[in-house]
Design a protein around this ligand. Structure first.
Ligand SMILES: C[S@@+](CC[C@H](N)C(=O)[O-])C[C@H]1O[C@@H](n2cnc3c(N)ncnc32)[C@H](O)[C@@H]1O
Length: 143
């Protein structure tokens, strides 16, 4: 199905149900993030006291669980995705969590990442396309 904004979309109609996926990827809770959030919870003793950076966090479930555990969490997503970043801030407020929220685009050189020094880097469903995967790997190599 075409959309006005030209974004990727998929829709289906069956009976009286219609779905539409033209929104930002970062505004969905993807299944990987549920699994990663569960992993963070299960490993909570091992992760105790560490600082956490979540990349491509979107709705940021793993980071939120880490913050609920009392860890120092920085949530990041593409700097151009203002709606996604705003949503992160709102979700943190709703959950009374004091996470830092940063625009951080893979492959873009940004001095601020060197001050973060995370002990744990989380990423759920961030290797879903080839160009993003390449950018992320090259960027990691440069750190
Ligand atoms: C499939 S979604 C996964 C979102 C979330 N981690 C989850 O699992 O629910 C991919 C996420 O990566 C982000 N992303 C894509 N390309 C990016 C880039 N070049 N730099 C930073 N984030 C990016 C998207 O905005 C989106 O939030």
């Amino acid at each position: 199905m075409d959309t006005e904004d030209g974004a990727d979309s998929g829709s289906s109609s069956g009976g009286n149900m219609t779905t539409n996926m033209k929104e930002e990827y970062g505004l969905f809770v993807w299944p990987c993030s549920v699994i990663l959030a569960e992993y963070v919870w299960q490993q909570r003793l091992q992760f105790s006291g560490v600082s956490v950076l979540e990349l491509g966090a979107g709705t940021c479930l793993p980071g939120l669980v880490a913050a609920k555990l009392g860890l120092d969490v920085t949530l990041t997503d593409d700097s151009n995705k203002l709606e996604v970043l705003d949503n992160m801030r709102r979700v943190c407020d709703l959950n009374q969590l004091n996470c830092k929220v940063l625009g951080l685009t893979w492959g873009v050189w940004d001095e601020s990442i060197f001050t973060l020094k995370p002990k744990l880097i989380l990423g759920a469903d961030v290797l879903y396309d080839a160009s993003g995967k390449l950018l992320l790997l090259l960027w990691f190599r440069s750190l």
